[in-house]
Design a protein around this ligand. Sequence first.
Ligand code: PLP
Length: 412
Amino acid sequence: MAQLNDNYLKLKAGYLFPEIGRRVKVFCEANPEAAKRLIRCGIGDVTEPLPPAVIAALHKAVDEMAVRSSFKGYGPEQGYDWLRAAIAKNDFRDKGLDVADDEVFVSDGSKCDCGNILDVLGAKNKIAISDPVYPVYVDTNVMAGHTGEANEAGAYGKLVYLPCKPSNGFVPAPPKKHVDVIYLCSPNNPTGAVATREQLEAWVKYALENKAIILFDAAYEAYISDPAIPHSIYEIPGARECAIEFRSFSKNGGFTGVRCAYTVVPKALMAATRAGEMKPLHPLWNRRSATKFNGVSYIVQRAAEALYSDEGKAQVKALIEHYMGNAALLRKGAKKAGLKVFGGVNAPYIWVKCPAGVTSWQAFDKILGEANVVITPGSGFGSKGEGYFRISSFNSRANAEEVARRLQELKW
Ligand SMILES: *Cc1c(COP(=O)(O)O)cnc(C)c1O
């Protein structure tokens, strides 16, 4: 009798986005006129087309594939040397950070990498995650059997939840107790919060003392505008001994549909064998990539490389400015409605406190019904997200302006 992976049965049904879809559908069917003016600010996907430098690189690479002499078959599983070098130089070494080309592993997405990294980590680790949180960190640990069952509030046994709230700037401090693996996401999805240097220093200190590993998700790094906020965990001394960093071209270059990202695994990063001997993780991740992955397509890696050209960099900057211009408008609109607003300064997400006594889903229904705008209920990201909602600034400027206007007119 073939057995399935029982851990999958512990997963709570993917509730958030299907439920949003269901409520929007019901509303639109009942209100066809309002449906015509519906604006979606719910999903964390970019809206603007790819930068011209990327389009040119894609066309060129396609043409190379059409000719025998420049055709490319399988590439290195870890990524082409020229892309690994461009990443390590531009994103790290030019900024004074010590990352070698072969510590960069190119992949088809950070979502995949965040899940795949569990392949090289042991099954008994105590795992800490923020609440609210990007659901991928939790669900991949559930699938891998690292958790107990979910309780009624949706919290899984064995996971250590770190509450994010206004009093800690939505960035949790290290726990008093021991954990082995910590997920940190800065700039944060969903709260739009960023970790300060001091907060990251406290985490690196904790990780070194506890021989723990920080999994640092920097997918929104390009959105940081405050010069005091670290863009990389490797800006913190000691992080090479305790942190893996995930970066993605999805949110800076608009690659959500193109698919390219990378993970940095420093050679100095060690973890314990079952017998307690410390060994580096780098060869394990390298081996995993070579065995389970056949690399990102040549065409896409050339497209990613183009983001590091002078034109590419200028075009990414313009994209970020576009989305952050939206964020500023949306923040203002929500504030004018008397709502308490967080995030949206160093991140494309705005995290809004519901008025007293209003739940996340009640806010969702009101904003859908009265403003015909779709937002994301905070409770979908964890129990500490209850009483908040997330507005995404991934939109056209015209839509952002209109949403800001409608939010501002809402009477709570
Ligand atoms: C969008 C996003 C990513 C990027 O995922 P890709 O698979 O590279 O598209 C990673 N982490 C978070 C928190 C995100 O919101």
